[in-house]
Design a protein. Structure first.
Length: 673
């Protein structure tokens, strides 16, 4: 035997002996001759394995028999491939040692095993190795545990990130809708400056959309709720009529742009005043109605109906909100995944319809949070129908509806091509005390009017739908006016934007318009208005003017427009207003003024040169008597609770966020002046 062979033999014995400390079985393998020799077995099971393998002459046959007998079924192919003699040889040519881990079954017990191959030497074409086996159950358990912890942490990070992304994506969509209304109605107001009533209507809609936008922005700022994955319901008193009409006004510009017909009505809604989260309701309805507009082609139709059903819960109302469209519809396959985040119908992607695929997931989560139900019917090319069922708590301080004495006994004619609308309005009029008849035919309405005149029991008010087949509401009004003259009021119902036909309608004899869907409160208001029974709205700010005459306020804000807005509001209330562009200027103006000169300071927080916190501290430190009691009110866009706490700690008396809520502003002013 050559010296080199002797050295290799000794090396193999050294490696085998060292492996014996940690491995229960050790074999010497000749990879060229495909033979093996048992070096050591240390327990009963390894001896059983050795006995099995000794029955075969070659390494390959012995390993194959072992795998067939002991390897876990799911791991057989893997182990067989990894331990093939040609694959072992190839691996050991590239690296000195490698391991194979797998599961085996012994006496019905599954355990993790590691086979360790170590290259001894490679002389010419002769390669030999040591093969050692050991149990690695504990190591694998630790690794699997660690892997599970890492996966859990990764999933939590993904969920937190997805919650943020989902929320911000949804907010991006929701913010654009009221912004569209604000811009659209601003443009309408500019082009109708001489029409005071029109401008007032636009300003009211702009204010409604602005308030909704502000609530959305506040939600964006409240990131702590998103990071925790928790969302809460901010339940408060609200009106379903207001929520639904605000919703319709937000989508009207898109509906008008696509020339889509909108039909909306109520059925048996007895309780409009509920306790709910109006923002969450709006998010649900806006997502569904927005999708209906998005996926309905030009010239299509959208139907909205609100129904109140009998409720099994005391002090609760059971409502159904039905949204139906004649849009492109959805496939059965997509309906199974519609509530999953980021899921979108392939058709809509091909057509280039924008969207994140988050809307319906948000709707489902919100409806579930409110304890409601959602049902969907849809088919490709046949439109979609969404039915939202919600049990909403009723307000218990709402006065019971009574008949309106001034209208009791009067007679009304309803002209609408929809039977359900006629039936619903008839019930509402009965509650008011108004006698009514209805017809679904414009032509028949003319016959009924003539008959009523002949019978000496004329109608005192006419309620006419705008969009009707054969003869629309404007033409119907012209025919009515020819018979009844100019005295009796004619109310036109529509779910659409009547701006384009308003002049034509008034020339035809329309007294006023009323938005659909029509609620009881809407009908009462419009009847009081056309019968000159409604009280004029008062302006709260003007009534406070005498209270603040001669009072002086210092408005500190680095933004010129903010100072201008505050100046207009406060001077209208009787204040003498001075302005400062930063905290340093405000401190200087207070220092140089006479004691008692200022009755109050409105202080912005984030300003250049000197911020509001520092300015307040400097004012409080001035060596004069009035600065200790001078009211300083934070007026800032910083809306977090910690911002409010910081303002109070710096010496401010109270805190109000921008944009200004006038009611809140004057409430605070009355506390300190």
């Amino acid at each position: 035997m050559s010296k080199e062979k002797i050295e290799n033999e000794n090396r193999s014995l050294e490696i085998a002996s060292s492996l014996c400390m940690d491995y229960f079985s050790v074999y010497l393998v000749d990879l060229d001759e495909d033979t093996f020799k048992i070096h050591r077995t240390s327990d009963v099971i390894s001896s059983q394995v050795a006995t099995l393998m000794e029955q075969f002459q070659s390494y390959s046959e012995a390993v194959s028999a072992y795998i067939y007998t002991y390897a876990y079924p799911d791991d057989m192919e893997f182990v067989r491939e990894e331990t093939k003699i040609e694959n072992v040889r190839k691996r050991l040519q590239e690296e000195e040692a490698f391991s194979v881990r797998y599961r085996r079954i012994v006496n019905g017990t599954v355990e993790y095993i590691e086979w360790r191959y170590v290259r001894i030497a490679q002389e010419e074409k002769n390669m030999k190795a040591v093969l050692a086996a050991r149990n690695v159950d504990e190591q694998m358990k630790e690794e699997l545990q660690q892997k599970a912890l890492l996966e859990d942490a990764l999933n939590q990070a993904r969920e937190a990130n997805q919650a943020k992304t989902s929320f911000l994506s949804a907010m991006s969509h929701d913010i654009r809708t009221p912004m569209n209304a604000i811009i659209g109605f601003s443009e309408i107001a500019i082009t109708h400056m001489d029409d005071k009533e029109k401008v007032m209507d636009c300003l009211e809609k702009i204010l409604t959309s602005s308030n909704h936008l502000l609530e959305l922005i506040n939600d964006v700022l409240d990131m702590s709720r998103i990071e925790s994955g928790k969302a809460t319901l901010q339940e408060k008193e609200c009106s379903l009529s207001q929520v639904v009409h605000d919703l319709v006004q937000m989508v009207l510009p898109q509906i008008k742009a696509k020339r889509i017909k909108l039909f909306a009505d109520t059925f048996n809604v007895r309780n409009e005043d509920v306790i709910a989260d109006p923002l969450k309701l709006n998010q649900i309805f806006l997502n569904i109605l927005g999708n209906a507009v998005k996926f309905t082609p030009s010239g299509g139709s959208i139907f909205l109906q609100i129904c109140q059903m009998p409720s099994e819960r005391e002090e609760y109302g059971s409502y159904k909100f039905i949204f139906k469209d004649t849009g492109i519809g959805m496939s059965e396959e997509f309906l199974e995944h519609i509530f999953e985040p980021f899921e979108r119908e392939k058709n809509s992607v091909k057509q280039g319809i924008e969207g994140t695929g988050l809307g319906m997931s948000i709707v489902k989560n919100t409806v579930d949070m409110m304890g409601g139900t959602i049902q969907i019917k849809s088919a490709k090319g046949q439109g979609s129908e969404f039915v939202i069922g919600l049990d909403l708590k009723l307000q218990n301080n709402v006065p019971k509806r009574e008949k309106i004495q001034e209208l009791e006994g009067k007679r009304a004619l309803i002209v609408d091509d929809d039977f359900n609308t006629c039936n619903s309005i008839t019930r509402m009029l009965e509650q008011i005390g108004v006698r009514s008849e209805w017809t679904t035919s414009s032509r028949e309405s003319i016959f009924r009017i003539q008959k009523a005149r002949e019978d000496g029991d004329e109608f005192q008010v006419y309620i006419v739908n705008w969009n009707m087949p054969l003869m629309d509401g404007i033409e119907t009004t012209r025919k009515i006016r020819r018979i009844v003259g100019e005295e009796a009021p004619i109310i036109m119902l529509t779910a659409s934007d009547w701006a384009d036909v308003e002049n034509e309608a008034k020339e035809a004899g329309i007294t006023t318009f009323c938005n659909k869907p029509l609620f009881q409160s809407d009908l009462e208001k419009v009847l009081l208005k056309v019968n000159h029974l409604a009280e004029e709205k008062s302006v709260p700010i003007l009534s406070t003017k005498k209270q603040y005459v001669g009072k002086r306020v210092l408005v500190t804000d680095d933004n010129v427009l903010n100072r201008e807005i505050a100046h207009e509001i406060l001077t209208d209330a009787g204040f003498l207003v001075e302005g400062a562009e930063n905290g340093s200027v405000a401190v200087k103006m207070v220092r140089q003024s006479e004691e008692g000169w200022y009755d109050l300071v409105l202080m912005d927080v984030q300003m250049p040169v000197m911020d509001g916190h520092e300015a307040t501290k400097e004012i409080r430190k001035l060596s004069r008597k009035d600065v200790g009691t001078l009211p300083i009110i934070a007026m800032t866009a910083n809306a977090f609770d910690e911002d409010k706490e910081l303002a109070l700690q710096s010496g401010m008396n109270a805190y109000i966020t921008k944009p200004l809520n006038l009611e809140k502003l004057f409430e605070i002013l009355s506390d300190y002046i």
